[in-house]
Design a protein around this ligand. Structure first.
Ligand SMILES: Nc1ncnc2c1ncn2[C@@H]1O[C@H](COP(=O)(O)OP(=O)(O)OP(=O)(O)O)[C@@H](O)[C@H]1O
Length: 223
């Protein structure tokens, strides 16, 4: 059987800001079908890597950022709709803003119900709780319907049950997934491959089936 296509490839790359490296000597291949959890202490470069992945294939990537970045005065519905803004002409987006149209209404209502947001759909995003806002952000990313999902701690504001359901949904709806997570159990349960970063270096890249939670926790112990 032929190998799945490589979507992203780094060969000894250096990633950083304004000439200052954050990740160095990075060698990593992301193949179609991979479900990758990216683990590592705060500040070690997870977001830096995810942003780079997104920049490399913007049209293939559904992006769920660490900060929800919602428009507070707009309803949850309209914030979720923004996931597909670029797919429609201006007049369609404007009409939907003034009076939500039947097709997006039905699509977004279905998604909202999966995310436990049915009762919140017409409330301004700014009036929602942190966990509700983060579910709206996740819904906006799911609504993009792209083949690759990149999420920067997409479930960190949710309780365990909700987080498990939504990670399952994300993995079921996307061929390829790369998620920054802090919870090692979530990583082992939902992802088939774990990439560990430590002090700006990739120090682990292995199938989840070969790893234990204790091994992953070692990524967070001081040297
Ligand atoms: N826009 C930026 N400009 C300059 N430096 C940045 C920028 N974004 C992040 N950094 C720096 O890069 C380093 C890695 O940050 P990054 O956000 O990638 O870490 P992280 O592993 O995602 O952390 P966390 O788990 O806290 O989100 C940090 O030292 C941070 O200060």
């Amino acid at each position: 059987m032929s190998e799945p296509a490589t979507l992203f490839r780094f060969d000894g790359a250096s990633l950083g800001y304004a000439g200052k490296p954050v990740l160095e000597a990075l060698t990593l291949k992301v193949r179609r079908g991979d479900k990758i959890a990216l683990l590592g202490e705060s500040g070690t470069g997870k977001s830096t890597l995810l942003r780079r992945l997104r920049e490399l294939r913007p049209s293939d990537v559904a992006w769920c950022p660490q900060q929800p970045g919602l428009v507070p005065v707009l309803s949850a519905f309209h914030n979720i709709y923004m996931g597909r803004l670029e797919r429609h002409p201006f007049w369609y987006n404007l009409a939907n803003l003034v009076r939500p149209l039947a097709t997006p209404k039905a699509e977004i209502a279905g998604l909202a119900s999966r995310l436990g947001l049915s009762g919140q759909l017409w409330r301004p995003a700014g009036a929602l709780s942190g966990g509700q806002q983060s579910r709206v952000s996740l819904a906006r990313a799911l609504y993009q319907q792209k083949p690759v999902f990149i999420g920067d701690e997409p479930v960190s504001a949710l309780d365990e049950r909700q987080a498990a359901e939504l990670l399952q949904l994300v993995c079921a709806r996307h061929q390829t997934v790369v998620l920054a997570l802090h919870n090692v159990e979530q990583a082992l349960t939902h992802c088939s491959r774990i990439v560990g970063l430590r002090q700006g270096r990739l120090v682990l890249d292995a199938p989840s089936s070969e790893l234990s939670a204790a091994q992953l926790r070692a990524l967070y112990t001081s040297l």
